[in-house]
Design a protein around this ligand. Sequence first.
Ligand SMILES: Nc1ncnc2c1ncn2[C@@H]1O[C@H](COP(=O)(O)OP(=O)(O)O)[C@@H](O)[C@H]1O
Ligand SMILES: [Mg+2]
Length: 309
Amino acid sequence: MTDRQQKIAIITDDPGWHGRQLQASLKDHGLVSQCVSLTDCIIAIKDDGPTLSLPGFTSLPLGLFVRGIPDGSLEQVIFRLDILHALHALGNTVYNTPRAIERAVDKPLTSLLLSHSGLPSPITWICESHEHAATILDQETAKGKQLVLKPLFGSQGVGVHLLDKASGLIHDEKFAGIYYLQRFIQQQNNDFTDIRVLVVDGIARAAMLRRGRAWVTNRAQGAICEPLIMDKNIVRLAESACQVLDINYAGVDLMQDKKGQFYIIEVNSMPAWYGLQSVVDFNIAACLVDSFVKQIALNNQLHDCRELS
Ligand SMILES: Nc1ncnc2c1ncn2[C@@H]1O[C@H](COP(=O)(O)OP(=O)(O)O)[C@@H](O)[C@H]1O
Ligand SMILES: [Mg+2]
């Protein structure tokens, strides 16, 4: 088996509260950890195959918990994902897996996969042509609808725009030449709420209602977090979304329209849990680390079996 250090890498550029929470829970499992930025990692391809160097690690880590991949050029983001793919291919436990992160970070791919599996996704158009996008906006506004324009790889409600007849198509470099246009979900009493569900190992563990003063209800945009008891429908949708994306854990965002119909808005593969932690009575980092450690054990068994066979 590849030489491995008994140390965990937390992949992040911003350790902060979440990094400290993870480190404390890892310590409870007797595990030492270190935060690592993907921007400091090196891939080397030599005569005897590829190797990876992570700062602070003399050999490969026992596992990697991916908390964040920093923004950058397309090339930088692809390279950072390559590092995770390489670590995964070398037998490391990368949590979430790079493939699952790719599926979830990519809003069009998530929408496609969820809709293809029969899960309720908002009506959405994705295209490159400005002309097509303008036609869709015209057709929708003629029906009295508004559209949400989102950056493909956005998060925390940054760069989302609400379009109507008066605004027309908005130009923003964040959109990088792709229009992801989604029909605006009108809520009861013109409320501004959505639901965040934390799913770990296929099971919906907790949820909260986020209540905004405006239509973007991310906590990072000032929304208030309220505890929420999940009904069967919420549990089913959140768990199914994670099954479709084949993801170890995720923060699934749901919205309900004025008729009560639920939609899956997105699946976050590296969700923050500061807000959710404030409304639940169990330790979320501990729950995530339990699942991560279980994954490491499963992965090691798999490799031991491969070596024996
Ligand atoms: N189709 C929609 N209709 C109404 N509000 C939406 C819609 N899509 C997103 N929003 C609002 O915008 C927020 C951010 O959108 P989301 O797709 O989750 O992107 P991000 O990755 O930035 O969180 C959501 O939490 C919700 O409040
Ligand atoms: Mg979101």
